[in-house]
Design a protein around this ligand. Sequence first.
Ligand code: 2F8
Ligand code: CA
Length: 127
Amino acid sequence: NTCPEEWVHFQRKCYYFGETAKKWIQAKYACSSLQGRLVSIHSQEEQDFLTKHAHIRGSWIGLRDLDIEGEFIWMDEKPLDYSNWQPGEPNDAGQGEHCVMMQASGQWNDAFCGSYLDWVCERLATC
Ligand code: 2F8
Ligand code: CA
């Protein structure tokens, strides 16, 4: 399987680690512009790979509870079959936190969607 330049291959997918800080909605658009989407995470192996590439600032991932508080949905529309929340998260703190970021530790936190963070896109690898 192969990936475009600047994307990193792991298992069946390619990953792009965006490092120009964006709001969640802008990051979603950036991934779409790159023919990808914000990453959906479905296994410990995938998480371990992403943790190795985690950025200090934290990165948006493709998980959000924008429609119904507490009902988290992946961009790839697959079930929430794996999670890696930081202890105490998600806590919907402050004015409301409906977008999920991966911290430098790799653990997830729900955060204010308007925060400027790095971002991770995925797309399928081609044979
Ligand atoms: O203690 C965890 C808590 O830390 C911050 O709030 C003080 C985070 N807020 C932002 O990153 C904006 C919370 O999301 C987090 O739950
Ligand atoms: Ca939180």
